[in-house]
Design a protein around this ligand. Structure first.
Ligand code: 5GP
Ligand code: SF4
Ligand code: MG
Length: 448
């Protein structure tokens, strides 16, 4: 999911900013979108809908609305089904006032907390893990809302980057492990919080800094107050897959440019997985392009854009059924035959999940007359499901969990297949291994 928040002097553009910010975060979720804000009379207002931002929300209406603080969310579901009931922001009115919250991540102990809350009388309205946070807050009757939120967050395990509106303030928090990204930006007297820095660029805000793992930031009247969640993790788990695939390349996460990391992944891949008889390098659009460029430069081979993408088709992975997913890839990608015919080609993609994309790509590259196809993957094999907010399938549907590289190469139909190593992933990101989550690659999950 993608989240966005803004607070500043009342002016009509604040809600327009949320709309623009969510638009820039669209790649993080396409199922639903929503905005919550406090209007001029101090009432909490919401607009939510299913589908892409432009379908779910009315820009015309939001641009006219006045408010001093607002949050927004684009969703792709990892916990709870895809329906309007689960669209965020979620809101609640409880004894201490009104709260709205939007969440990116996956709370691993949500079911346990939910059962406990239900046994104490809580009635859940959605099936999202996010609602647990609101109930935990409401159960802290003796605490002011911000303290109740801190108490609630300290009970959570797993991944949560959140933005919330509480008592006319914008609140942002990142879990103590730092799974999902979260950045702070500023333009004039207006402060922003966003999943990725590309959403700050669109509102012309400067990137102030990242929210730190375990930090709670409260923004009001132009002041930022920093508090912390009282949980001391043994190590961090910043999601390495954000750099591999999820984030936009024009974002910076935790001080690293996603573009630079992808280029480095490609360069390292060329070192680990050379292609001696390769004649040119292609990237699988769009996710493999930057890695392919890095690979081509490092191996001194020409880079060609010989696979063309229909830019009006969304991400294949997001589609629900296997049949639609398969069709999706064919509708989406088309090779330029004359560049490919009779040549030994190196194809770089960012990752293999079910193997569908690679299998279909190899098939159409063969049909286009490729002589040899060397498939190079700029991440290690995805062999374990993500528990922290990326919708990877269960192990049985992960191609690399079910087959070794030789069988997978045959299944896909490539002449050779080679993956990046976990060490190379870590050194491309250039953070210590104890700062990064690589669980979907090596099964090293959070043990707290
Ligand atoms: P596959 O076709 O092997 O299931 O998926 C791999 C392709 O899907 C890659 O090209 C990758 O860019 C893309 N992809 C889209 N969304 C996701 C996602 O959430 N996780 C992963 N691992 N890959 C994804
Ligand atoms: Fe990211 Fe993979 Fe860890 Fe999930 S398991 S948080 S996708 S690195
Ligand atoms: Mg892709």
């Amino acid at each position: 999911c993608g989240i966005f928040g803004v607070i500043g002097p009342k002016e009509p553009s604040i809600l327009e900013d949320v709309y623009l910010g969510l638009y820039a975060l669209q790649h993080r979720g396409q199922e639903s979108a929503g905005v919550a804000w406090f209007d001029e009379g101090g009432a909490l207002r919401l607009q939510k809908g299913m589908g892409l931002v432009h379908a779910a929300l009315s820009q015309e209406q939001l641009s006219k609305e006045r408010g001093s603080c607002a949050i927004g969310h684009v969703r792709y579901s990892t916990a709870g089904e895809s329906s309007i009931i689960n669209a965020q922001p979620l809101h609640a009115t409880y004894s201490k006032g009104q709260v709205a919250i939007a969440h990116n991540g996956n709370i691993t102990n949500a079911e346990m907390l939910k059962r406990d809350l239900e046994s104490r009388g809580a009635i859940f309205q959605s099936t999202t893990d996010t609602e647990v946070i609101l109930h935990l807050m409401a159960h802290e009757q003796d605490l002011p809302p911000i303290d109740a939120l801190i108490k609630a967050l300290s009970k959570l395990r797993g991944a949560f980057s959140i933005v919330a509106l509480i008592e006319g303030r914008l609140v942002a928090a990142r879990d103590p492990w730092g799974f999902r990204p979260l950045v702070i930006g500023k333009r004039d007297g207006i402060h922003y919080v966003a999943s990725e820095s590309c959403a700050l660029d669109i509102v012309k805000a400067t990137h102030v800094r990242d929210v730190n793992p375990g930090e709670i930031v409260i923004i009001e009247r132009g002041e930022i107050t920093s508090l912390s969640i009282p949980v001391k993790p043994a190590r961090r788990f910043r999601c390495s897959f954000e750099y591999v695939y999820l984030a936009r390349p024009d974002s910076d996460i935790d001080g690293r440019s996603v573009y630079d990391v992808r280029l480095k992944l490609g360069q390292n891949l060329a070192g680990t997985c050379p292609s001696p008889d390769g004649e040119m390098v292609l990237g699988m659009p769009d996710s493999g392009t930057i890695g392919a460029l890095g690979y081509a430069v490092a191996s001194d081979l020409p880079f060609e854009m010989a696979i063309v993408r229909n830019r009006y088709v969304g991400r294949t992975f997001i589609q629900p059924t296997q049949r639609v997913r398969q069709l999706g890839v064919q509708i989406k990608l088309n090779p330029i035959d004359k560049l490919i015919r009779g040549r030994n080609i190196v194809v770089v993609d960012d990752s293999i999940v079910r193997g569908t994309t690679s299998q279909l790509a190899v098939r159409f590259l063969r049909e286009a007359g490729a002589r040899k196809i060397h498939l190079r993957i700029a991440s290690p094999p995805v062999r374990f499901p993500c528990l922290y907010g990326i919708d990877t399938p269960r192990s049985a549907d992960l191609a690399a969990a079910m087959m070794d590289t030789g069988d997978l190469r045959d299944f896909i139909g490539a002449d050779t297949l080679c993956f990046l190593k976990v060490e190379d992933l870590i050194n491309s990101i250039d953070l210590p291994a104890t700062e990064l989550c690589t669980a979907c690659f090596d099964g090293k999950y959070l043990e707290e």
